[in-house]
Design a protein. Sequence first.
Length: 90
Amino acid sequence: MARLLTRFGLRLGVLESLHIEAPVGRSGARFEAVLPTFALQGIDPGRLRYFVIEDDEGNRYPAMIDQLVALLEDPELTRIAGVVVAGGSA
């Protein structure tokens, strides 16, 4: 199960439709996923931009979210996108 975590390892939400461009290297790779909008409630992504993405295999990648968009077809879901990097201490 893919998850969005704080940089301290606290779970914020379960990610649906996680897609990470391969290969993930130190220069970064783009990712996108969908998660429940309530998972980001009270979080200012402009101030708190660093997260950890855990994929379905349990691999953890430091991530920076640079896009948050509520889905028009379901406002209870938000599409997030950004960059993950390999080799972090996540």
